[in-house]
Design a protein. Structure first.
Length: 350
């Protein structure tokens, strides 16, 4: 890996091109609206195209929200917050305030920790066996039951948790607006609502797939003190730990333009090295920083088998190991993380 001091990082940060962010936002908004139109069509082929198109717009809304969380598109944070809120509205993560999601995600970068969204193994051990088997069985069938469980908890947090009562009126208003819009869609076409659900589940799987294999960080419940070995370290040691436990799971090495489908989010080592680098400059930054094809560079195609094979076991076993004692890649034991999405903020009951 090259010394970052030899790279003109300031040049990459200065060369912000609002055209590309504007194009991505307009494409995402237009795709969302256009795809719903296709879901309402009579033709089944148009319905299928609509599901794929809607899925893509939902995925891009998540990754654009991530850009806004880092304050990349605009110099003024209020405009980033506006853009982020629009994107969160599309993907249904608007029940939690943008500012809160942003703070938790930046803490992930600063503290080099994956914050636990929920003690899933503990929860599964505490519930009746029938419910536990149902949740795990749905996960085996590729229905993301645990992802929906976390979102339902967040949805009702302001009703049930005193510390979140301040968001109650906001949550009710959002529920009324979104509920009314989906009710209108259901009146127009029950089929369209069902297809929308297919697209939303597909979005969750894509985000899960990418997120699962990007880190082997320590996991910490929200509110717990940061471990000493994460705080009392030199900047260089912290950087080495961060890069050693971060992986770039790109769509394709041979055809890098395919990575634009996910706004280059797979160049994750480069993103963690320079968190203010815009998505359209990440390939250039990645080439400059990582001249060699190290074991931190993995294609998503290599991980499809792992995502399938460990879809249930990773819930209980943890992330596994990527590098063996000889410092070589060992993907057969890379189980992946579960529910580390930046669209879901951890909450805890007091």
């Amino acid at each position: 890996m090259l010394d970052r001091q030899t790279i003109d990082l300031n040049s990459l940060l200065r060369r912000k091109q609002l055209f590309w962010d504007s194009f991505a936002m307009l494409y995402t908004l237009g795709s969302y609206a256009g795809s719903i139109g296709l879901l309402l069509a009579e033709n089944c082929w148009l319905n299928a195209i609509g599901v794929v198109w809607l899925t893509h717009s939902l995925v891009l809304s998540a990754y654009l929200a991530h850009e806004f969380m880092h304050g990349i598109p605009f110099a003024d944070m209020k405009w980033n917050a506006l853009g982020g809120n629009i994107m969160l509205w599309l993907n249904g993560s608007c029940y939690i305030r943008f500012q809160e999601l942003m703070q938790m995600h930046i803490a992930h970068h600063v503290n080099r920790i994956d914050y636990c969204r929920f003690d899933i193994p503990g929860f599964l051990r505490s519930v009746p066996k029938g419910l536990r088997l149902l949740l795990l069985g749905l996960e085996w069938l590729y229905f993301p039951s645990l992802a929906f469980l976390l979102r339902i908890r967040l949805l009702f947090a302001s009703f049930l948790i005193p510390d979140r009562r301040h968001d109650l009126s906001r949550t009710i208003l959002i529920l009324l607006i979104r509920g009314s819009l989906f009710a209108v869609l259901a009146i127009l076409s029950v089929k369209a609502i069902l297809l929308y659900c297919v697209a939303y589940i597909s979005m969750i799987h894509i985000l899960r797939f990418v997120d699962a294999f990007q880190h082997t960080y320590d996991s910490l419940p929200v509110g717990e003190p940061i471990p000493e070995h994460h705080e009392n370290v030199s900047p260089e040691s912290a950087r080495c730990y961060e890069q050693a436990n971060t992986f770039s799971n790109v769509i394709s090495v041979r055809f890098p333009w395919l990575n634009l489908l996910l706004l280059n989010f797979g160049y994750h080592n480069a993103h963690h090295e320079v968190i203010k680098c815009p998505w359209y400059h990440l390939p250039a930054l990645n080439r400059a920083l990582y001249a060699d094809q190290s074991h931190h560079y993995i294609t998503l195609l290599e991980l499809v088998g792992n995502y399938h094979r460990f879809r249930v076991s990773r819930i209980l076993t943890g992330q596994g190991q990527v590098v063996n004692q000889d410092n070589n890649r060992q993907l057969s034991t890379f189980y992946g993380a579960i529910e580390v999405s930046f669209l879901v903020v951890p909450i805890r009951h007091n």
